[in-house]
Design a protein around this ligand. Structure first.
Ligand SMILES: NC(=O)c1ccc[n+]([C@@H]2O[C@H](COP(=O)([O-])OP(=O)(O)OC[C@H]3O[C@@H](n4cnc5c(N)ncnc54)[C@H](OP(=O)(O)O)[C@@H]3O)[C@@H](O)[C@H]2O)c1
Length: 309
């Protein structure tokens, strides 16, 4: 089984996007067009995934969620009236083919202990978007052998439909379940990658998980520099944000390396070159490398802390 999961990961890595979508479609659709999906925790991330699923055509009647907070359930009910909701986690897990764990890390052990009998009886695919909790801990808390678990690390741009996510499948996950997990995550992610080893989820966390904050910091510094150089705060902010978006769009629409794109907009002895030289003198590459290493290390440490609960 491990071979199947890891060979699919490798296959996907080299498969063009169109073939990959067809492959997933062929794996998922023959049995049933839409799986029943239950979310444990109806917070921000669950809402983003539910929104993405519904707008991609997944029927609301096949989606359910549980959340302890009445206010949250009422809010979701006004947004998605056909979605079943409950205060009882067991209620939604009972009929689910896919269970998505979307609560905070500190409550996950308790949550799983409460639904473990239903998970063991029904054996759904379990997708955890919970940061920092290893699949081995989830498996141990469920008990009873090897459960099919996919760990997913999404990021906050998922809330505006521009997410990036990394996925890891345990050996018990079969091909159809991998396809299903990817289809669900693609509802909030425009770039979804599979990693071969779970430790690489820490790296995904350090790049795309924590990454939005790196760009906010860079934009904040650029806005401040613009103000110091004489622009109004409003103008400096507007120019900074649009420049960041424009650069990202050029990079996304081009097949060229990022370094090539940078060189192309850097004329010899021009203004951009002067700026880039100043950034290189300030060791910006070392700063970014240290930032990514620090996040990766912290992600690993948090997994150890939460996993010991
Ligand atoms: N937001 C992100 O960008 C992001 C990125 C990557 C990973 N994640 C992970 O995604 C998970 C969810 O994040 P989020 O931002 O959606 O959090 P959130 O908005 O706090 O959602 C979690 C929801 O679960 C509810 N809840 C708490 N205990 C529960 C229980 N025992 N049974 C059922 N529901 C319960 C919470 O209610 P109360 O508020 O009343 O406690 C809350 O409504 C987290 O583990 C986080 O690490 C988030």
């Amino acid at each position: 089984m491990f071979y199947l999961a890891s060979s699919l990961t490798r296959l996907y890595r080299f498969m063009p996007a169109t073939e990959r979508i067809l492959h997933i479609h062929n794996m998922v659709s023959p049995q049933k067009a839409h799986s029943t999906i239950a979310f444990i925790g109806g917070g921000n991330m669950a809402e983003a995934i539910i929104g993405g699923l519904v707008s991609s055509g997944h029927p609301s009647s096949s989606i359910s969620f549980s959340d302890l907070a009445q206010e949250r359930r009422d809010y979701m009910k006004t947004k998605y009236p056909s979605i079943k909701s409950s205060a009882d986690n067991l209620d939604v897990v009972a009929d689910a083919e896919v269970v998505i764990l979307a609560v905070k890390p500190q409550v996950l052990h308790n949550v799983i202990s409460g639904i473990a009998p239903a998970l063991l009886a029904k054996k759904p695919l379990v997708i955890s978007i919970v940061a920092g909790i290893a699949a081995a801990s989830i498996n141990r808390w469920i008990g009873g052998g090897e459960s099919a678990i996919v760990r997913c690390m999404p990021n906050t741009p998922a809330l505006v439909g521009e997410g990036a996510a990394g996925l890891y499948a345990t050996p018990a996950v079969n091909e159809a379940q991998m396809g299903l997990a990817e289809k669900i995550v693609n509802a909030i992610s425009k770039q979804t990658i599979w990693v071969d080893s779970e430790s690489q989820i820490d790296t995904v966390t350090a790049i795309s998980g924590s990454g939005p904050a790196y760009f906010f910091l860079i934009m904040e510094a650029m806005e401040n520099a613009g103000v110091e150089a004489g622009l109004s705060k409003e103008d400096a902010k507007a120019l900074t944000i649009q420049t960041c978006l424009g650069a990202a769009k050029i990079a996304q629409n081009s097949d060229e390396e990022l370094a090539t794109l940078r060189r192309k907009v850097t004329s010899p002895k021009g203004t951009t070159e002067a700026a880039i030289n100043a950034m290189e003198d300030g060791k910006i590459r070392n700063v970014m490398a240290s930032a990514v290493q620090a996040a990766q290390k912290r992600s690993h440490e948090l997994a150890e802390i939460f996993g010991e609960q």
